[in-house]
Design a protein around this ligand. Structure first.
Ligand code: 3HC
Length: 307
């Protein structure tokens, strides 16, 4: 097998499996993307986890608990998919702690009110669904199969967030103002989840050639905006973009220029909560060492008993 035959397999829509030959750059690209995806799922538990003890009702608490637990599971699926590429969980976590691996910029913004739980479910999980539905067709088998499972759970995440926003938008004036404030703060960071413009995207070329990604960053961003504007109108919230306007010719919404200075600043570690998120992850990882050691000791004992 060689690069040319490998590319022919990709072009023929054949899934690449862990034991298949693959170019080293394909393997490395996948490790980057899948590990950052996994880190995003786990770090993403923090902004929502902060509100579990402050949920306004038992029902709201149970829903948020279930969602945060789902995200942990999504992280585990993705770390497992990444490990099939020959890298250990320990190494993946070390790359995160050493700042060598990224996670989605969106999770570096603070969650200031209960309405933020609605905005995250509606917008962040909504954006993740657009991105992840496309990734169900990614060329790497374990990643594609993980996406199918994750997408099934994401729709619940998006619906529960939209329900929170709809309830608050038709509530008291204070509740509606809280929901609008959350939309104002989360709208632009949510559309930044789709990455830089394709013209500025150093990885998209290979990602598309190897069918790791099936759609361009800008195309996915546009799809998300087109589907979300109507949802905001139904609950009478206003999207904070004065240039947002339906373009009949394009049959898409035109939208304003994103703040790419903010985007790259947050991506490169200088967002409002980057340090807080990583410090929390490091502390939790250190505190959980005894659990990992106990699990390893148990597995070793089982191995001895079995042999
Ligand atoms: N946040 C953090 N880093 C980002 C980013 C963002 N919004 N957008 C781009 N980047 C990083 C890329 O990872 C890449 O970094 P690297 O070179 O160190 O690997 C660099 O900026 C250049 O960006 P590119 O556009 O060239 O990179 P990609 O082509 O990989 O596109 C991506 C970036 C769209 C994030 C793509 O990697 C992707 O689709 N990843 C899989 C999906 C994913 O990770 N989603 C994150 C959210 S998961 C989530 O929301 C959980 C849900 O349950 C709430």
């Amino acid at each position: 097998m060689n690069d040319k035959l490998f590319q022919e397999r990709i072009d023929a829509e054949k899934k690449i499996e862990p034991k298949d030959w693959m170019p080293e750059d394909y393997r490395k690209h996948l490790i980057r993307q899948i590990s950052q995806h996994a880190h995003s799922e786990v770090i993403g538990m923090q902004p929502e986890g902060n509100w579990i003890s402050r949920a306004p009702s038992l029902r709201a608490k149970m829903i948020l608990l279930a969602k945060v637990q789902d995200e942990a599971g999504h992280g585990l699926y993705l770390y497992s998919a990444c490990e099939t590429l020959g890298i250990s969980r320990e190494e993946l976590v070390k790359q995160l702690h050493d700042g060598k691996a990224k996670y989605s910029s969106i999770f570096n913004y603070p969650t200031l009110s209960w309405a933020d739980m609605g905005a995250i479910g509606w917008l962040v999980d909504g954006a993740a669904i657009v991105n992840q539905v496309s990734l169900q067709r990614t060329s790497y088998g374990p990643y594609a199969r993980g996406m199918v499972k994750i997408c099934k759970e994401e729709s619940f995440h998006q619906r529960q967030g939209y329900e929170i926003m709809a309830e608050m938008a038709k509530g008291t004036p204070e509740q509606k103002a809280m929901a609008q404030d959350a939309l104002n703060r989360f709208w632009w960071p949510s559309i930044m989840m789709f990455g830089p413009q394709d013209s500025d995207s150093p990885r998209t070329g290979n990602a598309m050639k190897w069918k790791i990604k099936r759609q361009f960053n800008d195309e996915l961003r546009q799809n998300f905006i087109d589907q979300t504007v109507g949802q905001a109108e139904v609950i009478e919230l206003i999207i904070p973009d004065k240039d947002l306007k339906w373009n009949q010719q394009r049959e898409h919404y035109d939208f304003g220029e994103m703040d790419w200075v903010e985007f790259w600043s947050v991506v490169n570690g200088n967002g409002p909560c980057n340090k807080q998120r990583l410090d929390h992850h490091k502390k939790a990882h250190d505190e959980g060492e005894w659990v990992r050691n106990a699990a390893k000791a148990y597995a070793k004992k089982q191995e001895l008993v079995a042999n």
